[in-house]
Design a protein around this ligand. Structure first.
Ligand SMILES: Nc1ncnc2c1ncn2[C@@H]1O[C@H](COP(=O)(O)OP(=O)(O)OP(=O)(O)O)[C@@H](O)[C@H]1O
Length: 303
């Protein structure tokens, strides 16, 4: 079952196509990465999902049903551009946003107290937003996003401006909400966070989907048969050349040749009488895959 189904969605601004026939599904209960370089069309797509704008064509289903007036109550969206009213007090602000999402006065109070206590910030109720640091405002924005228990959370750069302790705090909350069944779309340019957090990703470039799938499958799909080996001892020139051995940060990289297996390499190294401390396949990082694909499609467009 999918929490979200994007079906052939197109969005144009004047003569620019920001989202160009994009389709993908997001399975329920997963953390899904929506990736792409600046200007790729991610925000345009998110604004369609959250019903801020409408697509020119195509449709979006949330939990199997077309988007409607009730959609915002089912989604929690934390935009990259944080939009809190500086002059409002924290308590008033959360109450206001919770009411906008359809919560009753009593529900807002219960949920707000729960989150403020959870984050140990109950002494902030009467503080004005403008009195809070960027990171503190970020916490309030997070609470505002999850206050109404949305079934789909859309988080755009949720850790920007947070120190490592608060990053972990929010990361743990995201994880906990996900374990309780909340589906999550996570949009970021921080690729190491994608590897750590997301199960599946979609990569958009110039409005078009260029890659989609399970992170582990994608890494395997783009692997280059590289092995990282840590060893003590001498490797002959001949073997080093044949495997295009190069020094890496804390070991050496070996490339398998056509038709060779990792076992062939290991056998050869054992015969060379070296002491092997570590032997592992080096899969490309999501960052490397991202950069390669985006550069490739740039070349295709320019060529
Ligand atoms: N309201 C608008 N009017 C005109 N053009 C727009 C509008 N919103 C977005 N665009 C254009 O659509 C394209 C996609 O923008 P979008 O904000 O969706 O990208 P993005 O992937 O979110 O980028 P970033 O990572 O930089 O936030 C860009 O070329 C942008 O200039």
């Amino acid at each position: 079952m999918n929490i979200l189904s994007i079906q052939d969605v197109v969005k144009r601004y004047h003569n620019h196509t920001a989202v160009d026939h994009v389709s993908f599904d997001i399975p329920k209960g997963k953390i899904f990465g929506l990736l792409g370089p600046n200007g790729a069309g991610k925000t345009s797509l998110i604004r369609i999902i959250t019903t801020i704008t409408r697509p020119d064509s195509g449709q979006v289903l949330l939990d199997g049903a077309p988007l409607s007036k009730r959609t915002p109550e089912e989604i929690g969206y934390m935009p990259e551009e944080r939009g809190l009213y500086k002059k409002m007090k924290v308590g008033e602000h959360l109450k206001y946003l919770g009411r906008l999402k359809g919560l009753s006065e009593k529900e807002v109070k219960t949920k707000m107290d729960y989150w403020m206590e959870r984050f140990e910030i109950t002494n902030w109720y009467k503080k004005k937003i403008e009195e809070l640091s960027k990171g503190m405002q970020q916490k309030i924005q997070f609470i505002a996003t999850v206050l109404h228990d949305p079934k789909l959370l859309i988080l755009d750069e949720p850790f920007s401006g947070l120190d490592p302790v608060n990053t972990n705090l929010i990361k743990d909350e995201i994880d906990r909400l996900n374990k309780q069944g909340t589906s999550i779309i996570f949009s970021t340019h921080r690729m190491e966070q994608v590897e750590e957090i997301c199960e599946r990703i979609v990569l958009i470039n110039q409005g078009k989907k260029i890659l989609e799938g399970q992170v582990s499958d994608i890494k395997n799909q783009f692997k280059e048969n590289l092995y990282k080996i840590k060893f003590d001892g001498e490797i002959s020139q001949e073997v080093a050349q044949r495997y295009q051995m190069v020094a890496d940060r804390d070991g050496h990289l070996f490339s398998l040749n056509e038709g060779q297996t990792s076992n062939d390499l290991l056998r050869e190294l054992l015969a060379a009488n070296i002491t092997i401390h570590a032997f592992e396949e080096k899969l490309p990082s999501v960052n490397e895959i991202f950069i390669n694909l985006v550069n490739e499609s740039k070349l295709q467009t320019n060529g």
